[in-house]
Design a binder for this molecule. Structure first.
Ligand code: DGL
Length: 258
């Protein structure tokens, strides 16, 4: 089969990667996508590197069987824990990962205060330390692990304003909100909190994430390999989940349409 017609595999520990799938679909509507949510094993953010890598290998094997042309790790945590290993193991498969958009967050700062919201694992991994060394400069970068925000999405509570705002307030209780330049959404589950955070944070605070950068990066790679799907039709989306509970597929579709 002509590679350009093959699907793109996208996965996450659960439903956060749906926020990336949404952006991929918008940028490349002709492409076919296969999404795999690992909700039976979510959250990844409090697991070990080895546990996460094992799950990633199983998911990539699933995608290879499906004959994908590229894989997007729509998860900052899995990228920090396993992307290097996976790229060495699957040399012929383009594997695109994600990382907190710290570089963008440092642009135009006035008070030099930046918050990075991510999972505990992303924030304690070497990859993040390297990112900090490269881009933090003289900024004060506050690491904010927010595992509860992953649970809220997985439990279908994202539309419950009280639950969401109570949790956000709890995480921000010691932050000087008036002098905060940027907030990085360093976990794909957190994209679903954009509107809440926009209202909650000061208007001067810049909210950044890595979704679009990742989508564009994939597009460039496919373009370079001449593997963009040039067919006129709108592509298909297939959604799979490691949990047998149908509610995760329903919730994936709900978030995709959100
Ligand atoms: N969505 C994931 C990320 O971008 C991980 C959430 C989790 O399973 O802890 O980091």
């Amino acid at each position: 089969m002509d590679n350009s017609k093959k699907a793109i595999g996208v996965f996450d520990s659960g439903l956060g990667g749906i926020s990336v799938l949404r952006d991929l679909k918008e940028l490349m509507p002709n492409e076919n996508f296969i999404y795999y949510g690992d909700s039976a094993y979510a959250p990844y953010g409090v697991k070990t590197k080895d546990e996460i890598t094992k799950r990633c290998v199983e998911i990539i094997e699933f995608f290879i069987e499906k004959g994908v042309k590229a894989v997007v790790i729509a998860c900052n945590t899995a990228t920090s824990a396993s992307a290097n290993y996976l790229r060495k193991k699957y040399k012929d498969l383009p594997i695109i990962g994600m990382e907190p958009a710290l570089k963008v967050a440092t642009k135009g700062v006035k008070n030099n205060n930046i918050v990075v919201m991510a999972t505990p694992l992303t924030l304690k991994e070497k990859k993040f330390e390297k990112l900090m060394n490269k881009f933090m400069g003289n900024n004060n970068v506050i690491k904010m692990p927010c595992p509860k925000l992953v649970e809220i999405v997985e439990n279908d509570l994202i539309d419950d304003e009280n639950v969401v705002l109570d949790q956000i307030k709890e995480y921000y209780k010691n932050i000087d909100m008036d002098n905060l330049d940027s907030v990085v959404l360093g976990c794909t589950h957190f994209i679903f909190y954009r509107d809440y955070l926009k209202k909650f944070l000061s208007q001067k605070t810049n909210l950044v994430d890595g979704n679009l950068g990742t989508c564009r990066h994939l597009k460039d790679i496919l373009e370079e390999k001449n593997e963009l799907n040039k067919e006129d039709n709108i592509g298909k989306i297939e959604i799979y989940n490691s949990s047998e509970d149908q509610k995760y597929i329903n919730l994936s579709n709900k978030l995709l349409a959100r």
